[in-house]
Design a protein around this ligand. Structure first.
Ligand code: MLT
Length: 393
């Protein structure tokens, strides 16, 4: 063919992190069909949708089968009922968001990746380690990326101190994937102040906010000034078990302006052009998930997963292994024993005890020597994995 390709793709690693892990596990299982694998790798939920959600979806399915209530294309940015339910969810945390600042979508991952499209060639600041989508999508866009070190020394909560960039796009995720670290109000305020003085934009990922235990901000919009410098991505995946159902949202405050243009208008233009909306049935389920009754049910799911996190944490404590997370996050971020590299530890676990986790190095250079375990498994699998782990730690 004689076409030009996006050369930036050549700068990506061969596979997306979780695809690479899936490939390795598939190879192992095909070579060892008799071995039972326990998967604590990708953060995929295992509990079913809640009663409120399935009831709302069932009703919506019935509506779709009746001429008078049937619906065709969904509204690109979400039905009014869901946008309004999301603003009410923000009111739980004292954050005032207008309905037309809510953009419903089919995944926080998609939005994180797609957002790169509406910005020009700005410097990008990404903490390391980090959820790989921020990095890979900016590599695809050919941006200049600088890393902000998240280390044991700073409690995996880097501050803007010493950062020289201006007009940057800054990615923050709290509670953090993969480390489980959570910014308090003071920590987030420092970032907001930095963004305001440096003319930067924060892309805040709050996908794990439902896991917060304690007095931490659930949204960046709890912080004064955030409306002038931040967009927020959140999701029903981890809160309501929607990883397969697909529904998320992005908040784009109307105050945000760059180059004389409203970012809210730009994102609307982008989404209405390239996206046809989340199915009505799914949006009805999402609405139910964050109703008072539905949200209480979601928090029961969260409690269950946090019970798994306690099972993992207790075993690591018993073995004297350093770890973070597991208190306001479904992830446990542990140091690999005996100075092993992340991928060596991955191989040890897969080959010797058939437990799958996620190598820290897959989340960035500073993740080397660490390993992530998810608490999204069943209780049975989590206990089984921990028993196996104890035999080699
Ligand atoms: C993870 O394991 O980090 C997440 O499940 C990936 C995602 O949410 O896309």
């Amino acid at each position: 063919m004689n076409i030009k390709i996006n050369e930036n793709y050549k700068n990506l690693g061969k596979n997306y992190l979780f695809a690479e892990i899936a490939n390795r596990v598939k190879k192992y299982t095909s070579e060892h069909p008799d071995k039972k694998i326990v998967r604590l790798g990708i953060g995929d939920v295992t509990l079913p949708l809640t009663k409120s959600v399935t009831e709302a979806m069932t009703k919506a399915v019935e509506e779709m089968g009746v001429k008078e209530t049937f619906r065709g294309y969904a509204l690109e940015n979400g039905y009014d009922f869901l946008r309004s339910a999301i603003t009410k969810h923000y009111a739980r945390f004292g954050a005032a968001i207008a309905d037309d600042e809510v953009f419903v979508s089919d995944g926080a991952k998609c939005d994180a990746g797609n957002l790169t499209e509406i910005f020009g060639d700005n410097p990008v600041l990404i903490s390391d380690p980090v959820y790989p989508v921020y990095l890979d999508s900016n590599i695809m866009a050919g941006r200049k990326i600088s890393f902000i070190a998240a280390t044991e020394e700073n409690g995996f909560l880097p501050t803007p101190e010493g950062i020289k960039e201006t007009g940057a796009i800054i990615y923050l995720c709290s509670p953090n994937n993969p480390t489980g670290a959570v910014y308090d109000r003071r920590g987030l305020k420092e970032w907001v102040d930095f963004a305001l003085t440096s003319g930067s934009l924060i892309v805040f990922d709050s996908a794990y906010e439902a896991y917060i235990h304690g007095d931490y901000p659930h949204t960046i919009f709890e912080i004064d000034g955030a409306r002038e410098c931040a967009v927020e991505i959140c999701s029903f995946s981890k809160t309501a078990g929607f990883t397969g159902t697909r529904c998320s949202w992005t908040i784009v405050p109307k105050e945000l302006k760059a180059g004389g243009v409203s970012i809210n208008d730009m994102w609307r233009r982008r989404q209405t052009t390239k996206f046809n909306g989340v199915p009505y049935i799914v949006q009805r389920g999402a609405e139910a998930a964050i109703s008072d009754k539905g949200y209480a049910e979601c928090l029961e799911l969260v409690d269950f997963y946090m019970g798994n996190a306690a099972v993992i944490s207790n075993a690591l404590k018993e073995k004297g292994i350093f770890f973070t997370g597991g208190t306001s996050s479904p992830y446990i971020w542990m140091r690999c024993p005996n100075g092993q590299s992340s991928w060596d530890f991955f191989d040890t676990l897969l080959n010797e005890i058939q437990v799958v986790g996620t190598p820290g190095a897959g989340f960035g250079k500073n993740g080397e020597g660490y390993f992530r375990l998810t608490s999204f498994g069943s209780r049975e699998d989590t206990v089984e994995a921990v028993e196996r782990l104890k035999t080699i730690l």
